[in-house]
Design a protein around this ligand. Structure first.
Ligand code: G3H
Length: 480
């Protein structure tokens, strides 16, 4: 069903706002009501080829600009995003069914991220070494290790943060003097284009960015294997991340992938606090976050009490439409909802108890809590990316560590305990990028290093770390 606000959106290709030469486009509809929001150009490999060449060629002039000049444009970008946060937030809300307030705050968070990126970039320097560090070394050699841009960065964004997780790749890349090929998620592409419109309005030379909208099946592999691409930074599912790693060759990758973050609750934990954090961590944006809490490992002695407290909180969650600012909103598409439902059904068949939820209206799944989940159930190991939380009862903390580490994923984990020594001891044993003590799993604050191990990713993001990832060393040796 088309609406009066439906828009035909142009993309940034060959340094201009254009539709596809073929006239083809991809229709974007709202996940929650099926209304068409607009169309984005469905680009072909041929038209991308010419644009990528132009974007790659533009890099050298940009890389030679002073960091001050680059920073001024990025700061202006942040300012414009802040001015347009309601409009861009509306677009995010419509495209990915994120509640209105979170969609708007995603834009503000992005502006703040960009400003911090500019400031941090000023403080990143290379190093100088004298050549007498080895036996028989030569003190008359001085090595100047500078940081230079890698060249052209392919930034591939996810649907769940179409603005924030795109800008957190694009801003460091540009700040460090690179050019960018940006592939937004199809569902989220209009918001991604609005992000880049603000960037061009801030004064960025338009041929420095190509926005590769279109079908992943047509242009995805082509982009990943393109010889002009000097690095790939991607956020999305683990299967796609592995595919990218298989296809690409001899270029650096930063991959932010899936997770199965456990909340480990020990018998001495503050259960009120644990329940509050777990529910916020598991169900916000309907669990469609890589860092969502995706399983609870609780000691038997306190399991009943914790389940009761979590249930009270879950039953208080607002469920509905993003326009009404509901916390639990329809999932991104029917396929996702079907998958989550299949995990719930599998758990029920194998003996899990449905404490609350297990109700579905189209792709809106009510927040679901499953108790007595065991290791033979898929929900114990697979990532639902939806509003369902399994409770796994354990006897000793060692069992929690073993179950946590048996996962293919290793993004984050939470440990809830009033015994800090014990909590830290467990944290040391967990094979994850980050452990949160007595709080939910989450990426921010955004200047903290952010990484996953095993199937959860490769490389490190953050602000300093992202800036460092998009440069390489260039060494000049002065021989006196
Ligand atoms: O979905 C992956 C995001 O990096 C999660 O970010 O913890 O701020 O929701 P968040």
């Amino acid at each position: 069903m088309a609406t009066k606000t439906e828009q035909s959106v142009k993309t940034l290709i060959h340094g201009e706002w254009n539709v596809s030469e073929s006239g083809k486009s991809v229709e974007i509809s709202s996940p929650h009501n099926g209304e068409t929001i607009g169309q984005v150009p469905s680009l072909s490999q041929e038209e991308l080829e010419a644009s990528i060449k132009k974007t790659a060629a533009a890099q050298s002039t940009w890389g030679e600009k002073s960091i001050q000049e680059r920073g001024e444009i990025l700061k202006k970008w942040a300012e414009i995003l802040e001015e347009r946060k309601e409009e861009i937030g509306e677009s995010i809300m419509l495209e990915v069914a994120k509640k209105r307030s979170s969609a708007v705050s995603e834009v503000s968070r992005t502006a703040e991220y960009i400003r911090y990126t500019v400031e941090e970039a000023f403080r990143l320097d290379g190093s100088v070494k004298r050549g007498d560090g080895f036996k028989g070394g030569n003190p008359n050699k001085i090595g100047l290790a500078e940081k230079t841009p890698r060249g052209t960065i392919l930034a591939i964004g996810p649907f769940n943060y179409p603005v924030n997780l795109s800008a957190s790749k694009i801003a460091p890349a540009l700040m460090q003097g690179n050019s960018v090929i940006f592939k937004p998620a199809t569902q989220g592409a209009i918001s991604g284009i609005k992000l880049i419109e603000a960037l061009i309005d801030a004064g960025l030379p338009s041929d420095l960015v190509t926005v590769a909208t279109g079908r992943g099946s047509v242009i995805g592999d082509f982009l990943v294997q393109h010889p002009e691409v000097d690095m790939i930074t991607f956020t999305g599912g683990t299967a796609t991340g592995r595919h990218i790693a298989d296809l690409s060759s001899m270029i650096p990758l930063v991959l932010e992938l899936g997770g199965k973050d456990p909340a480990i609750v020990l018998k001495d934990a503050d259960l009120d606090k644990a329940a509050k954090e777990i529910v916020a961590g598991a169900y916000s944006y309907s669990g469609q976050r890589c860092t969502a809490i995706k399983r609870v490992l609780v000691q038997n002695e306190k399991a009943d009490e914790l389940v009761s407290k979590i249930t009270d909180q879950v039953n208080g969650l607002s469920v509905g439409m993003p326009e009404d600012d509901a916390t639990v909103t329809p999932l991104i598409n029917d396929k996702s909802a079907d998958y989550v439902q299949s995990l719930i059904d599998d758990a029920k068949e194998k003996g899990a108890t449905v404490v609350t939820g297990d109700k579905r209206e189209g792709n809106l799944l009510y927040p679901t809590l499953l108790d007595h989940v065991t290791s033979d159930m898929k929900i114990a190991w697979e990532e639902p990316f939806g509003p369902v939380l399994p409770i796994i009862r354990i006897s000793e903390s060692e069992e929690a560590v073993r179950l946590a580490n048996e996962s293919d994923y290793g993004l984050q984990a939470s440990v809830f305990s009033t015994d800090m020594d014990k909590a830290i001891g467990i944290a040391q044993k967990l094979e994850v990028g980050t452990v949160q003590l007595n709080a939910k799993t989450e990426r921010g604050p955004d200047h903290f290093p952010f990484l996953g191990v095993k199937g959860s990713g490769l490389g490190v993001q953050g602000i300093r770390e992202s800036l460092e990832s998009v440069v390489r060393d260039k060494v000049t040796v002065i021989n006196m």
